[in-house]
Ligand binder design. Structure first.
Ligand code: GLV
Ligand code: MN
Ligand code: MN
Length: 426
């Protein structure tokens, strides 16, 4: 599985791998945690510093840098203003106390691949059919602002720019204001015609590692159901208030958390779930809680299963509200439909892996990715490299440098083919 190049395969060279390594070291230092992870929430000061470093890198290499209204950062290399773009990218934001690889890998490898292909096109005296671009999508994680995939959804028009900018963090700060503070609230949306979109990502699962594979070519994505649920109780004194009259919003939330887990347990390997966030008001030791808010997530390959789980959960939460004397409100619900990624690009990715000597297989993603937003309209290939122990959204998230390099080589080869040989996949 070593890197090589033959006359008909363009790939990353040693200087490209070194450029990626340097960028990755730079990124890992911006928002670094004591335990070797990354804490770089969307539109935070750290995210601003990383965006600055990324834009400086792009400008030094003659990319045209464009920032849109929701803070997506595009680095464009335009050969023919009439032609569409092959775009590579992912996200530079992280979850709280998370890993250095999730999302970051795809943006940095994307930038290096685009620069490498452009350089090699010049050396070969070749003009591509399509232009090249790299993108950093805003707030992929949905950690600080909900929903997740905000930047790519706004770009695709499935989320309005107004709704995106109005999303509020836990302190009530809007995404629009946070972007202004870091200098990344652009003027309008970019009308960028897209020929194909390629996203490289760590697998966040154990299949590649356990099978000794270098690459997973994602063909299908799981669906997700995301609910914001609220219980209204009555604030009271923990001491004197008789137990019989209490309307404890946190007791209701506790039952709800158990019910969410019990529902997914009914579906075995076909459903995952969590309550990832719980807000408690007033959150004081000697006060019966007045209000709780839960962020509930279900994921499954089957929308039907999610719909049924949602209906059952709604009835269960109603009955929990009745038995705890609280009120239940479903404040928001979002269903992310599953997606099938582009067959032609996926087949080309697998064929390219074979030529590069990279052991590869078809794969599925349970995690959300910007590639899913883009795949609703454009040809997309999502490519995975192994993740140690599958651990992710964790400071110990890890992928070997050799695996990162193999992915970068594949991305560069595929990007070249995607921009120069459209007949091979379109
Ligand atoms: C993002 O990491 C997600 O899977 O929601
Ligand atoms: Mn990611
Ligand atoms: Mn993530």
């Amino acid at each position: 599985m070593s890197s090589f190049s033959t006359p008909d395969i363009v790939t990353a060279d040693a200087a490209d791998l070194a450029a990626f390594d340097a960028l990755f070291v730079q990124s890992s230092a911006i928002g670094a945690t004591a335990k070797g992870g990354l804490h770089r929430l969307a539109a935070s000061a750290e995210d601003g510093a990383m965006r600055d470093a990324f834009c400086a890198w792009l400008r030094e290499r003659d990319f045209e840098v464009r920032i849109d209204a929701v803070g997506n950062v595009f680095g464009l290399l335009t050969f023919d203003p009439e032609a569409p773009y092959v775009v590579c990218g992912s996200h530079l934001d992280s979850q709280p106390n998370a890993g250095r690889f999730d999302g970051i890998y795809g943006v940095l490898a994307g930038a290096v691949s685009v620069a490498s292909v452009a350089r090699q096109l010049r050396e070969r005296g070749e003009t591509p059919a399509f232009n090249l671009a790299v993108v950093n999508w805003t707030n992929e994680e949905g950690a600080r602002f909900q929903p997740s995939l905000i930047g790519s959804s706004a770009f695709m028009g499935s989320l309005s720019v107004d709704d995106a900018l109005a999303a509020r963090d836990g302190d009530g700060i809007t995404l629009g204001h946070a972007l202004e503070l870091i200098g990344y609230r652009g003027d309008g949306m970019l009308n960028l015609p897209i020929a194909a979109y390629l996203e490289l990502h760590v697998e966040q699962s154990t299949h590649l590692e356990s099978q000794g594979l270098a690459i997973g070519v994602v063909r299908e994505t799981w669906a997700a159901l995301k609910w914001r649920v609220r219980f209204d109780g009555e604030q009271n004194h923990t001491g004197p208030a008789p137990m019989a009259v209490r309307r404890d919003a946190l007791l209701a939330a506790a039952h709800a958390i158990v019910a969410v887990r019990a529902e997914s347990a009914l579906h075995g390997l076909q459903m995952h779930s969590s309550v990832g966030r719980l807000e408690v008001q007033p959150n004081s030791p000697n006060v019966v809680p007045a209000l709780t808010r839960l962020l509930v997530e279900y994921r499954s390959p089957s929308v039907q299963l999610l719909a049924e789980a949602g209906e059952r959960l709604r009835a269960t939460l109603d009955s929990i509200a009745t038995s705890t004397g609280t009120g239940f409100t479903l404040e928001s619900e979002l269903l992310r439909e599953p997606s099938r990624l582009h067959d032609g690009l996926s087949e080309l990715a697998l064929a390219t892996c074979a030529e590069l000597g990279l052991a590869a297989e078809n794969s599925v993603t349970v995690a959300g990715h910007d590639a899913i937003s883009v795949s609703r309209r454009y040809p997309v290939s999502l490519l995975f490299v192994p993740s140690r122990g599958g651990l992710s959204h964790n400071e110990a998230e890890f992928t070997e440098s050799a695996d990162l390099h193999r992915g970068l080589e594949l991305l560069t080869s595929l990007l070249y083919r995607a921009c120069c040989q459209p007949d091979r996949y379109l």
